[in-house]
Design a protein around this ligand. Structure first.
Ligand code: ADP
Length: 273
């Protein structure tokens, strides 16, 4: 790979940009961590407060879902995790990953105006390629949530990708043709997250966010392939319900409710479309 720009995150600038009440108010910035989720889980166990944000310039072992790897080169992306300590049922926590996706879309829209969209449940895509991935991890104790950690990886300034993702990934810089400052973008995502999170807490589901989520969905009204370990199937994506499940209409008119977890969704022609 060609050498990429190496620019450290400017913590002071990020603090000046942030207009949140609680999100990212306890801010931890690192040059390099193994994974921002792993670092956050360590901090959570030490008692870090709700809203703590870990941001790293690079991750040596960035994680995707189901043990997959997240490519996180130095200085070119936003690799961050936020700590949440919601008083909700553990079964509701996976919806927070959709809340995070919506916040990333709004943040990117605010800063760049790019028509980014969500690929259900929680990838942010542009022109059919993946711009951001989200991995949410949770810990419970005696049926109560101890913490939920959505980890967010946004491809910002990289100009090329390693072969394993070069066909499916893109970055803001590749799409815009110029560099983007990461600090304001982190701030916009955190501001959006704070608002959406509070809306989510009111009903403890996505009822107040479904419409906006579906409006931002790349899948809506399109044929999708559902890659399910129990058997793949195809149908038309009708949007999400208030629990964050994807409703897929089969050829016979039957509507299947697809729950995230082990399932991945692809477009009929490729990764997203
Ligand atoms: P999905 O559910 O779409 O398969 P995951 O949420 O599990 O994806 O994310 C991990 C996958 O994302 C990896 O297997 C790899 O294909 C892809 N990936 C890894 N790093 C990046 C990156 N920086 N940008 C875009 N895609 C990536």
């Amino acid at each position: 790979m060609e050498r990429q720009d190496k620019m450290n995150l400017d913590r002071t600038k990020l603090e000046q940009e942030l207009k949140t009440r609680w999100a990212a108010r306890n801010l931890r910035c690192y040059d390099e961590v193994d994974s921002t989720n792993l670092e956050m889980i360590r901090l959570a166990k030490e008692g870090a407060p709700h809203g703590t944000l870990v941001v790293a310039d690079s991750q040596s072992a960035g994680k995707g879902r189901l043990g997959r790897k997240w490519v996180s080169p130095k200085g070119t992306g936003i690799w961050m995790s936020i700590l949440l300590r919601p008083d909700i049922a553990p079964q509701s926590a996976s919806m927070l990953t959709l809340v995070a996706a919506l916040a990333v879309v709004k943040g990117i829209d605010c800063e760049t105006g790019l028509p980014v969209q969500i690929k259900w449940p929680n990838d942010v895509v542009l022109g059919g390629r993946k711009l951001c991935g989200i991995l949410t991890e949770m810990s419970t104790e005696a049926g109560d949530i101890r913490y939920v950690v959505p980890g967010i990886g946004v491809n910002v300034n990289m100009t090329e990708f390693p072969p394993e993702v070069s066909e499916t990934a893109t970055s803001l810089r590749l799409e815009l043709g110029r560099e983007i400052e990461r600090e304001p973008l982190i701030a916009r995502v955190m501001e959006a997250f704070e608002g959406y999170y509070e809306k989510f807490l009111k009903t403890q589901d996505l009822a107040g966010l479904t419409e906006e989520y579906n409006r931002r969905s790349v899948n809506l009204g399109r044929q999708v392939k559902v890659l399910d370990p129990a058997g793949n199937f195809q149908g038309e994506a009708m949007g999400i319900d208030s629990q964050g499940s994807l409703l897929v209409k089969m050829a016979d008119g039957q509507v299947r409710q697809v729950i995230s977890g082990e399932v991945s969704v692809r477009g009929v022609y490729g990764y997203a479309l």
